[in-house]
Structure formats: structure tokens, C-alpha cells
Design a protein around this ligand. Structure first.
Ligand code: PLP
Length: 814
């Protein structure tokens, strides 16, 4: 198939001259300006559009190949995408980096300057949103026909700054100056209802008519998601809420009531106004449920529209469609598909249910009970009255199934019901997500096991085959090739080619170089050069990084106790032979999460105290890097020597930051939690600093009722000194709440793991003194991180859950 010839498309330039011509015509005809008057912004937009054209051409061929094949599709539903900056990635994926670097000079700019204007869309909170971005990247790389659906928030995750030592939040108006990577598709807009009531349909038992009380429009736009080393370009389609034309009240406007005239439109647009900056607690806000339903309703109608382009028989739907739910946020899609099939397309309930159940799959991302989403029944009833009726019916049939398997076990029925009765009637979204899907997966081996054995144990009893594990992964293109060009070049040289970038297991070949002194020398020099670039501290010091959202379960407070302990040791023995360390923290705390914000304040206070201390500051520096996002992660990770993965065992579902750091040759100090376990198993126990309670011991200690945090304080002099220092006001009087919480309930057993952690850090120092050994361990970490490629994650999903085959896209011949 030669699409371009068939449609008479002009060939896009491939030589430097041609690329430059394309750039200039973009500047003149699409940006509407000239070389002489082009601003940096003009040049950035022009370059972005020129690069985008190359991907758009591949996109057209991809769409044609998909249409011709009528394949089984993967639809990824996620309330969050943390895509990262686009320009550098798209230069890499379109192979135009060198052409672009030359061509932009004619506009009077360097490529680096223009990359600096490329703003990352912060449409996610952290790991969950970044996973979505890595998976869509890997799906395109594996030639899997897929669309990612999400919400085009006007404001992404807040911008963090540190002001007076505390976190301050600013709105992130990320698209204020436009977003050149986005294609609006207003023709595909959808209409979504809320509120209102339902009416019976004469002659039908199951069908109902829903008369919504509010109607809003969902307008999509999409961003291109190219595969690496393939021709496929998939899309992420993002929905933005708009009021209908009728929502503007002209008569009120004419009467001078300007605010009232637009209030309906404003209310509609508020749905996609802002990303909720909290992914770790259940948020009982009606607007959030509205967002979730808005995403699901728009996306399902779009999925059905796409299905009907090539298919006419509903019995084919589940064979042609798999919809992956990224956590419970899009779970309402299960009830919405039932409503569409039963009420709008008039299928029988049983057929609709069989289709629905076979279409969906659910990824669970947590073990924290407070993060398991539930909604008060009365909120549902008001906002989505028809969906609540459908959920009741689903629940009734489901509980019948349970009753048949476990007759008379009313306790079990109560535990498993989609509706929680006490203390308040609520809809349990995770239960709906398990009942309404064909497969449920956790995101690391331990997490999937704990899901089966604890949180979802009853469901695993009922449907053991439904439960799977798919360990998370990361994009090696973004997190090593783009983030760490020096190390990537050395690896390519060492392995004799770039094949590893789409087949990360090839990194194992580095093992053969792990004892090559000159290779280790170069490896070490690169790490040092990356530290110089980062400029966080002395490049010869041990760069110890803890970069992730702030949450008590992740235990930044444990790292802090270690820092205070080092501070005391150095003060007490200024002439000691101390290993210099630069400790770098980065991460945001949810704006309402006060305990996490207290930890940020204490970090900054301790950092200032140390910086002002002439005895300690030569050996120890604490840096807080503001506004952690993907762009900042890409700067910090290549410079890290030590990766802090110190959550209380059994709390971190997987982690992906741990994978990015190990891939870049940082050694991990960590607990047996999440994917740390799998990292350690692969890089080898000798190349991983393990400490602390395991998940079983932690649970046992917590539930024994015997744990007294204060015992550790009383028993351990260094720990006592650290906490006493906080309490005595040694750090500008900051930190009383942190110390109080540790000495009180100590929810995450920080004090129980303190001694093991500090001793393990001493071991880290000893190994660091032997740089040859450290570098060898570093190489082995990279060499054995191949498993953590998102390409492998996608292959696992494809084989175990999606059962989809790749659809290769033909090359553009000539
Ligand atoms: C990878 C990543 C995360 C996840 O980090 P964890 O250490 O796994 O919690 C969060 N935020 C950003 C910006 C990331 O790149």
C-alpha cells in the first residue's frame, strides 16, 4: 500500500536542505511570520510542527493499516497521563534530531534553546500517570493497535516551589501559550449527561430511559504516540468539557448579568478544569466523580463509533475490543457500557453483561485501604441515577453467584457486595472493577500476591484464574537514551549497536564488561559528568537521591533521621574520615496532606542548619529540588549514585522510580517492597543494599498490638539524639509534628526500621570507598535491568490479558 502516492501526498524532506525548506514553509504558511521577526516561541512552534508532520505522515499509514486489518484493539482508560516533554522524544522517534539541530540555526536559535520552551503536560500525579505514558509508548513500539483515553485538564499538577522552607503551590496553566503537539478533533465531540431521573420503558423489564438534568459536550484532541524503531504511530485522545451553544444566556448578557450569562458554560467547563492533586487517598468530591464519568462516557462512545466503522455485529465487540482500566478511576465505564448496550442499543441484559465482562480488564495500583475508592450512594443517586440502578442489578446477580458457591455465608456476601452498608452506604469501585472485568492484575509480584491474599482475597477464592501479575516497566527511550545520552553512547559502543533500545534484555551483554577496568573508568567519568551538569553538589560526593511523591508510607522521614544521625556523628568527630554525601530530595505533597508537608519543611530546615554549619557542611549537603516532574526526573536520575526505595514493606505497589534509577546505574538501598524485590532478584543480592522488615514481619508487628515506637527511641541512642534534636528546636523549631507522629502511633514503622537502615547506610559508605567495586556493581545494575522495560510489560499484558497481536505498519517505500 503506498498511501502517499494514492493520495498524492508530497514527500517530506529527508536531507538537510529539504528539512530546512519544510521548516521555512512552516514558519511562513502556518506560523505566519518570517525569519527576520521570528521569536524563540515562533521558532519552537515551527520546529515542533515540522517534526510533528513527520509523525503525522506515519500516523496516516498506521491508520490505513489498522483500518485494513480490522484488528483487536487495546483501549487504555486513564484519568492521568504524565507524558513528559514531547520535542526531544519526537525528534528521536522521527530520526530528525540532527536535521533539526542544523535547520533551526537558520532561524537564529539553538536546538537546546528551543527544547527549553517545550513544556511538559502535567496531566498526572506521579507513578500511575507516568505508567500510562510508558505503556502507550511501549504499545506503539510493539505495533499494538491502541488508543489511550484521558482528560485534557486545563490545569495539570500544581507547580511546586519552596518558600520559607515550605511547599507553595501555583496553578499549572501548561497550555497557556498553546500546545503544538495536539490535533483538535471537534467533529468527534460527544454529549454527556448528568443528574436528572429515569423512567420505565413500556414493554421492557430492563431498559430505562434516562433524562439527564445537565448536558455537556466532550471535545477531543489527540497527541501522537510514535513507536520506537517501528512505523506505528498511535494516539492519546484527551477530552475537554465545553458548554453547548445553548449554555450561553444571551438575554442575561444583554441585561448586563455577565456572570450569570455564562454560569452554565463555566459549570460545564469546570469538569476538565483541573487535575485532582492527590492519588493516594479517596477523594469524596462530586466533581471528581463527574470527571470520571465524563472520561468514560466520551471514550466509550468513541470506542463504539470506531467499532462500528468496520463491524456491525455486537457479538464481535468483545473480540475486537479490550478496555484496560488504569486503577478504579475509570470503573464507572462498566456501568456506562451496560447502559449504552441495554438502554441505547437495546441488547438483552445477559448479552450486554457477557460483552461487558469480556471487554474490560482492571489494573489495581494500591494496597492502601484509604486509597480504595468508594462513593456515597446518595452522590451516585443524584449524579448518575441510571448507573446506580445498573450497579444494583449487577450486584444482585453477582451476589446470587456468590450465594451459589458459598451458601449461607452471609458474612462473605456482606464483605463482597459492591455496596458497602456500614457505617454509610457507599459504592465500592474496586469491587465493581473486579466483578465487571475478565482479568485483574497487580503491578509487581508481591503486590499481586498481597492483593490475592488480603484486599481481594474473597474474589480470588471465587475466581482464582482472574488474578494476574504484570510487573510495571519504564520507557528505556525516555529514561536512558534521552535522559542520559553519555551513558547510552557508552552502552551502544560496548554492545556494538543500538538494538538494546527496543530489546532491553540485550543490556545483559554489559556483564562481560563489568571487570574491564578501562570501561569502568569511563562509566565512572560519565556519572561524574552527569553530576557536574546537575550541579546539585560536589560531583565527587556520593549523590544520594530520594525522588518521588511525598507520602508517609514512602518514608522520607526515615531518610531524614539518617541525615540527622550523620549530622550528629560528624559534629561529634569533625576530624573523622567521613564519606561526603549530597542528599537530594524532590517530590510534591498533596496540598491538603499536612503530615507530608511537615516532612518537606523539616527537610529544608535540616538542610539549612547543615549548610550553616562549617564543621558538617563539607561532608553533608541536603538539597531540595523544586517541582519534581518528568523533566526534572530526567536530569536527576543520570546523576544518582544511590537510589532510596525505603517504603514500609507491603505498602508500595511497585514503584517505577526504582527501575529508572537502577537502569541508570544507581545502586538501590531498599526494603523488600514492590518491584524492589524483582530488581534485587535480577541485579543480584550482592549488588543491592537490603534492609528492614519484610511485608509479613511488618504486618505481624502492626497487628500484634505489641508495637511501641517509643521502645526503639529509648533503646537506641542515635535515634534518641535525632528525635531529641528535632524536639528541642535544633532545626529552626521545625518538625514537632513529625517527631510527635513518629513517637506516637508511627503508622509506617519508621522507628522499627531505623537501626537496620542506618547500619545498611554504613555499609553503603564502606562500599563507596572502593570505587572500583562500586562501579562494577553499578554496571551490573544496568546490565540486569532489561526486564523493567515497558516493552516487556506490554508484551506481558498482550500475552496474558489482552490476547492481541501486533499489526506492523508498512514502510514508506522510496
Ligand atoms: C517515575 C516517576 C514517578 C514514580 O516514582 P516512584 O518512585 O515509583 O514513586 C513519579 N513522578 C515522576 C515525575 C516520575 O517520573
Amino acid at each position: 500500500m503506498d498511501l502517499r502516492q494514492g493520495l498524492g501526498l508530497r514527500r517530506l524532506g529527508r536531507t538537510a536542505d529539504e528539512f530546512q525548506q519544510d521548516l521555512l514553509s512552516t514558519l511562513y504558511y502556518r506560523r505566519g511570520t518570517t525569519v527576520e521577526s521570528a521569536s524563540a516561541r515562533d521558532a519552537y512552534e515551527t520546529l515542533s510542527l515540522t517534526v510533528r508532520d513527520r509523525l503525522a505522515e506515519r500516523r496516516a499509514r498506521t491508520a490505513a493499516a489498522h483500518f485494513a486489518t480490522n484488528p483487536r484493539w487495546v483501549y487504555y482508560l486513564s484519568a492521568e497521563y504524565l507524558l513528559g516533554a514531547q520535542l526531544e522524544q519526537n525528534l528521536l522517534y522521527s530520526g530528525t534530531g540532527e536535521l533539526a539541530a542544523e535547520a533551526v540555526k537558520t532561524l537564529g536559535f539553538t536546538l537546546e534553546e528551543l527544547e527549553g520552551l517545550d513544556i511538559e503536560p502535567g496531566l498526572g500525579n506521579g507513578g500511575l500517570g507516568r505508567l500510562a505514558a510508558c505503556l502507550v509508548d511501549a504499545m506503539a513500539t510493539r505495533d499494538i493497535p491502541a488508543v489511550g483515553y484521558g482528560i485534557r485538564y486545563d490545569f495539570g499538577i500544581f507547580k511546586q516551589s519552596i518558600s520559607g522552607g515550605a511547599q507553595a503551590e501555583c496553578p499549572d496553566d501548561w497550555a497557556f501559550q498553546g500546545n503544538p503537539w495536539e490535533f483538535p478533533a471537534p467533529d468527534d465531540r460527544q454529549t454527556v449527561g448528568f443528574y436528572g431521573h429515569t423512567e420505565p420503558v413500556p414493554g421492557s423489564q430492563t431498559r430505562k430511559r434516562w433524562i439527564p438534568g445537565e448536558v455537556v459536550l466532550g471535545e477531543p484532541s489527540h497527541m501522537l504516540v510514535p513507536g520506537y524503531g517501528t512505523e506505528t504511530v498511535n494516539i492519546v485522545r484527551l477530552w475537554r468539557a465545553r458548554g453547548s451553544e445553548a449554555s450561553f444566556d444571551l438575554s442575561r448578557f444583554s441585561a448586563g448579568q455577565y456572570a450569570e450569562a455564562v454560569q452554565e458554560a463555566v459549570r460545564a467547563e469546570n469538569i476538565s478544569k483541573v487535575l485532582y492533586p492527590d492519588d493516594s487517598t479517596e477523594l469524596g468530591r462530586e466533581l471528581r466523580l463527574k470527571q470520571q464519568y465524563f472520561l468514560c462516557s466520551c471514550s466509550l462512545r468513541d470506542i463504539i463509533r470506531r467499532f462500528r466503522l468496520r463491524n456491525s455485529d455486537w457479538s464481535d465487540f468483545a473480540d475486537k475490543t479490550v478496555i484496560q482500566l488504569n486503577d478504579t478511576h475509570p470503573t464507572i465505564a462498566i456501568a456506562e457500557l451496560m447502559r449504552l448496550l441495554v438502554d441505547e442499543y437495546e441488547l438483552e441484559w445477559d448479552q450486554a453483561w457477557s460483552i461487558t465482562r469480556r471487554t474490560f480488564a482492571y489494573t489495581c495500583h494500591t494496597l492502601l485501604p484509604e486509597a480504595l475508592e468508594t462513593w456515597p450512594v446518595h452522590v451516585f443517586e443524584r449524579l448518575l441515577p441510571r448507573h446506580l440502578e445498573i450497579i444494583y442489578l449487577i450486584n444482585m446477580f453477582f451476589l446470587r453467584e456468590v450465594e451459589e458457591r458459598f451458601p449461607g455465608d452471609t458474612d462473605r456476601l456482606r464483605r463482597m457486595s459492591i455496596i458497602q452498608e456500614e457505617p454509610e452506604r457507599r459504592v465500592r469501585m474496586a469491587h465493581l472493577a473486579v466483578v465487571g472485568t475478565e482479568a485483574v492484575n497487580g503491578v509487581a509480584e508481591l503486590h499481586s500476591k498481597l492483593l490475592r491474599e488480603t484486599v481481594l482475597n474473597d474474589f480470588a477464592d471465587l475466581w482464582p484464574a482472574k488474578f494476574q501479575n504484570v510487573t510495571n516497566g519504564i520507557s528505556p527511550r525516555r529514561f536512558i537514551k534521552i535522559a542520559n545520552p553519555r551513558l547510552s553512547d557508552l552502552i551502544t559502543e560496548g554492545l556494538g549497536g543500538e538494538g538494546w533500545l527496543s530489546d532491553l534484555d540485550q543490556l545483559a551483554g554489559l556483564e562481560a564488561l563489568a571487570d574491564d577496568a578501562s570501561f569502568l573508568e569511563r562509566w565512572r567519568a560519565i556519572k561524574r559528568a552527569n553530576k557536574v551538569d546537575l550541579a546539585a553538589g560536589d560531583p565527587d560526593s556520593l549523590t544520594d537521591v530520594m525522588i518521588k511523591r511525598f507520602h508517609e508510607y514512602k518514608r522520607q522521614q526515615l531518610k531524614l533521621l539518617h541525615i540527622i544521625t550523620l549530622y550528629h556523628r560528624i559534629r561529634n568527630d569533625p576530624g573523622g574520615d567521613w564519606v561526603p554525601r549530597t542528599v537530594l530530595f524532590a517530590g510534591k505533597a498533596a496540598p491538603a496532606y499536612h503530615a507530608a508537608k511537615d516532612i518537606i519543611r523539616l527537610i529544608n530546615a535540616v538542610g539549612s542548619t547543615i549548610a550553616a554549619d562549617p564543621v558538617v557542611s563539607p561532608y553533608l549537603k541536603v538539597v531540595f529540588a523544586e517541582n519534581y516532574n518528568v523533566t526534572l526526573a530526567e536530569r536527576i536520575i543520570p546523576a544518582a549514585d544511590l537510589s532510596e526505595q525505603i517504603s514500609l514493606a507491603g505498602k508500595e505497589a511497585s514503584g517505577t522510580g526504582n527501575m529508572k534509577l537502577a537502569l541508570n546505574g544507581a545502586l538501590t538501598i531498599g526494603t523488600l517492597d514492590g518491584a524492589n524485590i524483582e530488581i534485587r532478584a535480577r541485579v543480584g543480592a550482592d549488588n543491592f543494599f537490603l534492609f528492614g522488615l519484610d511485608a509479613f514481619q511488618a504486618a505481624e508487628l502492626r497487628y500484634s498490638g505489641q508495637y511501641r515506637a517509643r521502645d526503639n527511641y529509648e533503646r537506641d541512642g542515635e535515634l534518641r539524639a535525632a528525635i531529641d534534636a528535632i524536639q528541642s528546636g535544633a532545626f529552626g523549631g521545625v518538625g514537632h509534628e513529625v517527631a510527635g507522629s513518629l513517637l506516637g502511633w508511627d503508622e509506617y514503622l519508621t522507628l522499627a526500621d531505623y537501626r537496620a537502615y542506618v547500619d545498611c547506610q554504613d555499609h553503603v559508605d564502606r562500599v563507596w570507598r572502593d570505587q572500583a567495586t562500586w562501579s562494577r556493581m553499578s554496571v551490573l545494575n544496568t546490565a540486569h535491568s532489561g526486564f523493567f522495560s515497558a516493552d516487556r510489560t506490554v508484551s506481558d499484558y498482550a500475552a496474558r490479558i489482552w490476547r492481541v497481536a501486533p499489526v506492523p505498519v508498512p514502510r514508506d517505500e522510496d
